[in-house]
Structures are given as C-alpha cells and as structure tokens.
Write a protein that binds this ligand. Structure first.
Ligand SMILES: *Cc1c(COP(=O)(O)O)cnc(C)c1O
Length: 198
C-alpha cells in the first residue's frame, strides 16, 4: 500500500534503462528510435503465466473495463450487472460507455450473489461484471454456467485479486474478458496501469 511499496534498486534500474534504450515514446513513428518495448515483454509474460491467448496492457484498470465493455459490444442503453460491495471504478466505467449499471447484492464471501444476479436479468442485460474482491474469488463457476445458458457475456473485474485462482484457473481468464489493475494500491503495481486478458 502507499508508503509501504517494495520499490528498490531493481525497479529504479529498470525504469532508468528505458531512457538509455531510445526513450519513452512509441507513436507517430517514434517507435523507430526505440530498441526495446518492455510493455510487450510484460504482456507476453502475462499470457505465459496466466495461460491465456491475448493480453493488452493499458493505462489503468478503469480503461481496461471500458475497453472490455466496448469489445463485448456494450452500447448506450444496455444494462451491465455488477455488485454492491465494490470499488467505484467499475460503475464509473459502465456509466462512461453509456450503459446502465444494475447493482446486485453480495453473499457471505462479499462477492456477487448468484441468486440475486438471476433475478436482475432483463432483455437489455448485455454483460455480467462480477468483481473478485480483496483476493477472494467470486462464485465464477456458477456465474459462467448461468451466463452461458442465457447467452450473456461475462467480464471479470480482477483488479483486486491478481494471481488468485478458481479451480486452478487464474481469475481473469475464466470469463469472456478479464481485467487487471496495476494501480499503486493493488497486488502488483506499475504506478498506474491495467491489463485486458482474453
Ligand atoms: C482498482 C480497481 C479498479 C480500477 O483500477 P484503476 O487501475 O485504479 O483504474 C476497478 N475495479 C476494482 C474492483 C478495483 O479495485
């Protein structure tokens, strides 16, 4: 957590090396000045560790949720179901893409209550967005089973439980899309950052 980060010489050396390797810009043709793209190495490491096909690093977990919702075809007026115990960014991302957040209650694990979820489905439900809170997996097995039967897509918000697993599978690789955050209060940090897994 802030003030107690484990950031030492190794991290400082890695950051400084970027400036020696041709700078930090990689758009508008500037990428030709770069020798290395550590971000692409980082993405590959995630695919390998998490055993998923694709990973895309972005500027934050919030950005990752927004891109994920758009990739799943969420349009203004659609409903996205998420949960009451949460961090505000999930709802902000839903509102930002023009969709309507539908909030269901949590169960004893403080994650999405599957019975409440079932009652919240309407013809406008586009995505179910469970959040794995504080290192504890949501009941993602039941949620996936239900979502598949209803032909609704699932976006796992795994900003708070990077590295935790459900039935041996890493959280974030079970739904249609999974998102991670590397904000400075999270399990691992890049200062600010996020990742989309598919
Ligand atoms: C932190 C967090 C986010 C947003 O991540 P940022 O990188 O801060 O944008 C989204 N959802 C949950 C559950 C979070 O804890």
């Amino acid at each position: 957590m802030p003030g107690f980060e484990i950031i030492d010489k190794k991290e400082k050396k890695a950051v400084n090396s970027i400036f020696k390797e041709g700078g930090v810009l990689f758009a508008h043709g500037f990428e030709r000045m770069r020798k290395k793209f550590h971000i692409r190495e980082f993405e590959k490491m995630f695919c390998k560790k998490f055993k998923c096909k694709h990973s895309l690093a972005v500027s934050s977990g919030t950005a990752a949720i927004k891109i994920g919702l758009k990739a799943l075809g969420v349009k203004p007026g659609d409903e996205v179901i998420t949960q009451a115990f949460n961090f505000i960014a999930t709802v902000e991302a839903i509102v930002d893409v023009g969709a309507k957040p539908i909030i269901v209650n949590v169960d004893d694990t403080l994650n999405m209550n599957v019975e409440d979820l079932k009652k919240a489905i309407t013809p406008r439900t586009k995505v179910i967005l469970p959040v794995h809170m504080l290192g504890v997996p949501a009941n993602i097995g039941s949620i996936m089973k239900f979502a598949k039967a209803k032909k609704i897509k699932v976006l796992e918000d795994n900003c708070e439980s990077v590295g935790a697993r459900f039935n041996k599978k890493y959280l974030g690789t079970i739904g249609h899309i999974g998102v991670l955050s590397f904000d400075f209060g999270k399990v691992i940090t890049t200062g600010e950052g996020g990742m989309i897994l598919t």
